[in-house]
Design a protein around this ligand. Structure first.
Ligand code: KIV
Length: 272
């Protein structure tokens, strides 16, 4: 029996490495469901992140902490089904890897087995390095995440720019090196000074993907709902809005309501 495989060259961790070497920027966006992931993939985005930002934009929570492993796997499955070209990364949610390497590897294996995605992302450096090593040793590619780490919001107390002082900047550089040595294939750098992100990017041989980290990282990532203007209550300096879908959808839905109320919808052609 043969399996039909679409004729598309999939993005792999190796291809991201090649992109860094030849200076081609990497594009990454989040997606959490089948329909949106299909649109993102067909538009040519290199990496799709099933981010735990779903906790905010999909579930309405004020932090990323409440989202569960089961919920991440549910969304990962839908995104993987829709994606033909992009590399699909699933965020390991808060509580699924911070305990110990045994718990972490069990969570990562569940994500890979049940979602059919390509790899996982974890926040943190030295604190989680044993778990990162354990997961990579099982053949699961890991993307690191340093700088602003939303899963640690209760430790920081705010979502302001990280690593502006020497001590935190030095720790970030050490953590980035540790993650590279452990075998991570890329690192997200969130909300740190552009100069620091540039330095880390130059020092590492693996790609860095920035969000609010300036233009010198090897790639950029944004939350899909933010860049499409679906939620209007979030406007950090780093966010560029490429559309105002909130207004477009609002207009369309108001039009529909009005058509229903006035008995304009459905018309004769729309009936059987
Ligand atoms: O969860 C997420 O969307 C993320 C990005 C902000 C990088 O981690």
């Amino acid at each position: 029996m043969s399996v039909h495989v679409e004729n598309v060259r999939r993005v792999t961790t190796r291809r991201l490495q090649e992109m860094k070497i030849r200076g081609e920027k990497i594009s990454m966006l989040t997606a959490y469901d089948y329909t949106m992931a299909g649109i993102v993939d067909q538009a040519g985005v290199d990496v799709i992140l099933v981010g735990d930002s779903a906790s905010n934009v999909m579930c309405g929570n004020t932090t990323t902490l409440p989202i569960t492993l089961d919920q991440m796997i549910f969304m990962g499955k839908a995104v993987a089904r829709a994606t033909q070209r992009a590399l699909v990364v699933v965020d390991m949610p808060f509580g699924s890897y911070q305990g110990n390497p045994e718990g972490a590897i069990a969570s990562a294996i569940r994500i890979m087995k049940e979602s059919h995605c390509d790899c996982v992302k974890m926040e943190g450096g030295e604190e989680v390095i044993d778990s990162v090593r354990r997961i990579i040793s099982a053949g699961i590619p890991v993307m690191g995440h340093l700088g602003l780490m939303p899963q640690s919001i209760n430790k920081y107390g705010s979502y302001t720019v990280r690593a502006t002082g020497d001590e935190e900047a030095e720790k970030l550089i050490r953590d980035a090196r540790l993650l590279e040595e452990a075998g991570c294939f890329a690192i997200v750098l969130e909300k740190i000074p552009a100069e620091l992100a540039k330095l880390v990017t130059e020092q590492l041989s693996i790609p860095t993907i920035g969000i609010g980290a300036g233009g010198d990282t090897d790639g950029q990532v944004l939350v899909l709902h933010d860049m499409l203007g679906l939620n209007c209550g979030f406007s950090p300096r780093f966010l560029r809005r490429y559309a105002n879908l909130n207004a477009v959808m609002n207009e369309a839905i108001k039009h529909y309501v009005s058509d229903v109320k006035s008995c304009d919808f459905p018309n004769d052609q729309e009936c059987y």
